[in-house]
Design a protein around this ligand. Structure first.
Ligand code: URA
Length: 154
């Protein structure tokens, strides 16, 4: 399971996560490690609608949506959750996380392995970070192999 921050303009219109430019980069990163959205990968967001002017979702907005995400996790029962970006990483992994320092490292939380990584939109703004995010996805691939997770086609 991948968890982003919240829908952007295109996602809000289509009602699907990561369909814009960030989504294209996300697809590329998945493809590089031999994965695609057509496998049993589930993508969710912390907040479920786009905050005004695309600002960061406020803590109270995150609180309003968090039970929805909890239910998504309960239903999907992911073995691994990748938090895409600072907002998701702070909300679901650790309030004090420093994404530039802690990205790529797995932590076990309530028996789910969680890894923070950079948000694709942040990488698009600063392409020098692409190598970092690629390494994180390589860590993800290694973890999937280590756990023997089979990702069938859907
Ligand atoms: N950014 C996010 O955090 N989530 C999306 O679904 C799209 C862009």
């Amino acid at each position: 399971m991948l968890v982003g921050e919240g829908p952007g303009f295109h996602e809000d219109i289509q009602g699907k996560p990561f369909v814009g430019r960030s989504g294209k980069l996300l697809d590329d990163l998945l493809n590089e490690i031999g994965l695609s959205r057509n496998q049993n990968i589930y993508i969710a967001n912390i907040v479920k609608c786009r905050p005004p002017n695309n600002r960061d979702p406020l803590p109270e907005e995150q609180e309003m949506c968090i039970n929805f995400l909890r239910n998504q996790v309960y239903i999907m029962k992911p073995k691994i959750i990748v938090a895409l970006g600072r907002i998701a990483a702070m909300r679901i992994i650790d309030q004090n996380i420093k994404i530039t320092h802690d990205h790529g490292i797995f932590v076990n939380k309530k028996n789910i392995l969680m890894m923070p990584t950079l948000h694709p939109a942040a990488v698009l703004r600063n392409m020098s970070r692409k190598e970092d995010v690629r390494k994180d996805f390589q860590n993800l691939k290694n973890k999937i192999i280590e756990l023997g997770i089979e990702l069938g086609q859907m």
